[in-house]
Each structure stands twice: as C-alpha cells, then as structure tokens.
Design a binder for this molecule. Structure first.
Ligand code: FMN
Length: 201
C-alpha cells in the first residue's frame, strides 16, 4: 500500500460495518519503537472482556516485551516469520486450557481463545498499533522454552507494535505488504441449512 492510498481504496464492504474492521490488517514491517506498558496492558484488558463458554476464560497470554524474552520466542518461531517479526517490540503467545475444572475436556477453549485474539487485534488497531498473527512456529519447542503445561494448547504468536515502512522489510516480503481481500458474504453465510444461499445478501 502506498502512502497515498487509503485502506478503502483496496478493501470494500458490502454492508456498512465500522471502518475499524477494514482498517485492521496484518503488516509485517514494524518500527523500532517500544510499546508503552500502559498501552500494551490496555490491549490485553480488551481480551479479558471477550466472551467464553461458561465464562471459563481459558486463554492465557505469554508476553515477550524485553530483549531476553523476545529472543526466547525467536528460538521457536519459524524462519519465514522470524525474518520479519524480529523487529516487533512485543510478541504474545496465545495458549488455552483444554480442560474444565472437573477435568472434562472444554470443547470451546479454541473458539474462546480466538475471540480473545480478535479483541486484541481490534483494540490494538484502535490505539494506533498493528498486529500480525503467526501460526508458523515449533509448538513443542515453544512449550519447552516457555514452560507451558501439557493441558494448555498452543495456538499462535501475535506480533504487536507500530507499523514501519514497506522498504524496511527484507525484499521478498515487500510485495506482500498490503491488505488482503475477503470472500463475499454470499460464500460464507447460509440460510437455514449448510450451503443454502441467502437471498439478497
Ligand atoms: C491463527 C493465524 C495464524 C497465522 N499465521 C501466519 C503465519 O505463520 N505467517 C504470516 O505471515 N501470517 C500469518 N497469519 C496472518 C494471516 O495470513 C492474515 O491474518 C490473513 O491473510 C488475513 O489478512 P489480514 O490479517 O491482513 O486481514 C496468521 C493469522 C492467524 C489468525
């Protein structure tokens, strides 16, 4: 995206959703600028208020905001992501507890963790930050390095910080530094049963 282009030149909406949803996207270029603790914890506060089944709040967030902690994260993030996320001032590993208090499986822990991630991404955007999720990581190594207990599933790492310039990225990533598009609603919303088209959407 060039400096003269606005997000709505690239992304268009079918219905009048708030600009926030179009303006959140996942750049890979980060400025060399720390995120103040107050700002970071505000972002995490948003996750606290996400809905979860039986209000279990199965999510846990492991935050790296010091050089030493970021280096630990870099040790388990795959190279294709490490190449750009090494500049991100904050990395957060999302994990969630797979079981409920009675020891039975919690079938909702993943969707709940996803809700928390969405809240984080949107609140970050509202505060002028950018986020980029990364599933490309060695989960077993992450578990070991960060001492994540066995009954927690490891989801992804979110890089958080301030957006940098496209030309600050390694060459192969520059071309991809633009907001992606979406399928039309008619492909993802069904009427009454799976696969049945919604009239007029
Ligand atoms: C769970 C999850 C895992 C992802 N893994 C990666 C990844 O390993 N590397 C990467 O560059 N982007 C990754 N992404 C970013 C997605 O590719 C991106 O969110 C998607 O293309 C939509 O683009 P947008 O976020 O800019 O709207 C991931 C996103 C999510 C939510």
């Amino acid at each position: 995206m060039t400096t003269h282009q606005s997000i709505t030149d690239i992304r268009s909406r079918e219905y009048d959703v708030d600009d926030l949803f179009l303006e959140r996207w996942s750049p890979r270029s980060f400025l060399d600028k720390e995120v103040p603790e107050e700002v970071l914890y505000t972002v995490l506060e948003a996750a606290k208020w996400a809905p979860s089944a039986s209000n279990i709040q199965p999510w846990r967030f492991i935050v790296a905001q010091t050089e030493a902690d970021r280096e630990k994260f870099h040790s388990f993030i795959y190279e294709l992501n490490r190449n750009w996320c090494e500049k991100a001032p904050v990395l957060i590993l999302f994990v969630s507890k797979k079981t409920m208090a009675d020891g039975n499986p919690n079938p909702f822990h993943q969707i709940d963790a996803g809700a928390a991630w969405a809240s984080i991404a949107l609140q970050a955007k509202m505060l002028g930050l950018v986020t980029h999720g990364m599933g490309g990581l060695d989960r077993e190594k992450a578990r070991e390095v960060l001492s994540v207990p066995d009954d927690f599933e490891i989801h992804h790492v979110a890089a958080i910080g301030y957006q940098g310039a496209v030309n600050a990225l390694p060459e192969p990533y520059q071309e991809r530094e633009k907001p992606s598009l979406r399928k039309p609603l008619s492909e993802t919303v069904f009427e009454g049963e799976f696969g049945k088209e919604v009239k007029g959407i």
